[in-house]
Write a protein that binds this ligand. Structure first.
Ligand SMILES: [Zn+2]
Length: 508
């Protein structure tokens, strides 16, 4: 739906014509006019003088971008106009190179810098692409990259990359699942490559599949989402309208109808504590407030299996358990028994979207026990690292809970548990996860005034990109910069952190 039409009543007739031509130009910029764009043409005609309507219609009919001179419209109005043009750019759910080129041209005539223009069209593009499927590609001789799947058919797909690839090279595609893990790899081959005119060092690459695609690759699910959508009776209808989700089934014991809540994106105002743990302050808009930390760990009331991760529950008919269920069951009953009994006493409140904090603390303890058991039975070092990081993150949320309850000793013992795990895996991690672990260890060390440990981590981050080997714009480079800056700021604030005096994990 169209946003607000900018108020241009104070413009001169010449300026109105300029804007109307810019609108018409934007509509034809991608070489075609679709029905949603026609609405914008009507707006342009609506504010034009009768004698100018013909000019506008001829731009549309000839499908040709009109010549425009420099505009002298004052900057506040021109910014609203520019945003209106940005909206036309994406109304057909596509953003072509020619549209961006025209947008940049108009923006410059309105007096905007290329930095502002780039920010505007990139925001528009981000909005357009935010729901597209993601994945990872391994490029022959060129590393591994996270990508957005821009255009996917039964034969090929395309993606953007900030480097060129070798023509005809092999590409292995792993489509991402909603829980962050990956579907099975698909062998592909690079088919086409186009250097984008609108973005330096950016290439639009398309590749064709070299093997038959199937559900294990996650591709049919993208091509025919309706067929694979969860059935209506699995959809949750939470009391809080800020939540949504599905019922899932337990892989371990087969218990059904376990609610798996999710928080609607950007619905809450959040604030990280001094360790970077996200806490929820208030609703960001009209949706009900939810302290989602309380609901993050989902628990099976049948066997006590608990995890934050959607992938560890059975959600779709063709899901396979990501771990060896028989091995998991060995000794599990005894291990979880006392916690499970505690849970079963208050099962309903623990499964509701109104989970009280004592139940959330129990769910976290069960999450730690479950994930630790998965670590024990996993033979894959990579999987063990991922699981251990999840355990550490549960300990960090638990520490925040205990602190909210004024139980400092318990909170600190959770910090120690997280610290122990992070220390244990730190050496084994590489790339972004190693930076995240470094930051966590640093924050905990500063809190406990263990400055020797903190110093070691500072040296690690200082030396991280010593030879400048990270390519700017890569995820790792961004994580490196954020980590380095956060560590510096935390170090500068170290005097403010006095654990004896603090009554919460926030700097006042
Ligand atoms: Zn179960």
């Amino acid at each position: 739906m169209m946003q607000q039409v900018p108020d241009i009543s104070f413009l001169s007739d010449e300026e109105k014509l300029w804007f109307a031509k810019a609108i018409a130009g934007m509509v034809v910029a991608d070489g075609r006019v679709d029905s949603a764009e026609v609405e914008f043409v009507k707006v342009a005609i609506g504010f034009s003088r009768r004698e100018d309507v013909a000019t506008i219609m001829s731009i549309i009919k000839q499908n040709q971008i009109p010549p425009l001179g420099v505009s002298k419209i004052e900057s506040k109005a021109s910014f609203t106009m520019l945003k209106f043009l940005a909206e036309i750019m994406v109304v057909d759910h596509k953003l072509s190179e020619s549209e961006v080129l025209f947008f940049n041209q108009v923006g410059k005539l309105l007096g905007f810098t290329s930095t502002i223009l780039e920010r505007l069209w990139k925001t528009a593009r981000q909005e357009l692409e935010k729901n597209l499927p993601r994945g990872v590609v391994d490029v022959e001789g060129g590393g591994r990259y996270k990508i957005t799947l821009l255009n996917m058919t039964g034969k090929h797909f395309s993606f953007r990359l900030n480097k060129a690839v070798t023509p005809n090279c092999r590409i292995i595609l792993h489509v991402g699942k909603s829980n962050g893990s990956l579907w099975d790899p698909v062998q592909c081959r690079m088919a086409k490559q186009h250097a984008e005119k609108i973005e330096a060092e950016t290439y639009l690459i398309s590749a064709t599949y070299e093997q038959p695609i199937a559900e294990i690759h996650g591709i049919p699910q993208i091509l025919d989402p309706e067929k694979y959508a969860p059935k209506e009776d699995t959809v949750l209808h939470p009391r809080l309208n800020s939540l949504h989700g599905h019922y899932v089934k337990c892989f371990v014991c087969g218990t059904e109808k376990i609610p798996f809540y999710r928080l609607r994106s950007r619905s809450m105002v959040t604030k990280p504590n001094i360790f970077g743990v996200v806490t929820y302050l208030k609703s960001a808009g009209n949706l009900d407030f939810c302290n989602f930390n309380l609901l993050d760990v989902k628990v099976c009331p049948g066997c006590g299996f608990a995890s934050k991760d959607y992938g560890y529950f059975h959600a779709n008919f063709n899901d396979r358990p990501p771990f060896d269920v028989e091995r998991f069951k060995q000794g599990w009953g005894q291990k979880i028994q006392s916690k499970l009994q505690e849970l079963q006493l208050q099962q309903e409140s623990c499964l509701s979207d109104n989970r009280p904090i004592d139940m959330a603390i129990l769910a976290n303890r069960m999450g730690v026990t479950s994930m630790t058991k998965l670590v024990e039975i996993s033979d894959d070092p990579e999987t063990r690292n991922v699981l251990l990081r999840e355990v550490a993150s549960i300990h960090m949320v638990q520490a925040q809970f205990y602190m909210e309850q004024n139980l400092r000793d318990k909170a600190e013992s959770e910090l120690r548990s997280a610290q122990k795990i992070a220390n244990e895996i730190f050496e084994r991690l590489i790339g972004v996860p190693s930076l995240h672990a470094a930051l966590l260890l640093f924050r905990i060390a500063i809190y406990f005034k263990e400055l020797k440990d903190a110093g070691q981590i500072m040296r690690f981050t200082d030396n991280y990109n010593k030879d400048g080997q990270l390519s700017k714009g890569s995820d790792e480079y961004k994580a490196y910069i954020v980590t380095k800056n956060t560590i510096k700021n935390t170090y500068d604030d170290r005097e403010l952190i006095d654990r004896e005096k603090m009554s919460s994990f926030f700097l006042e």
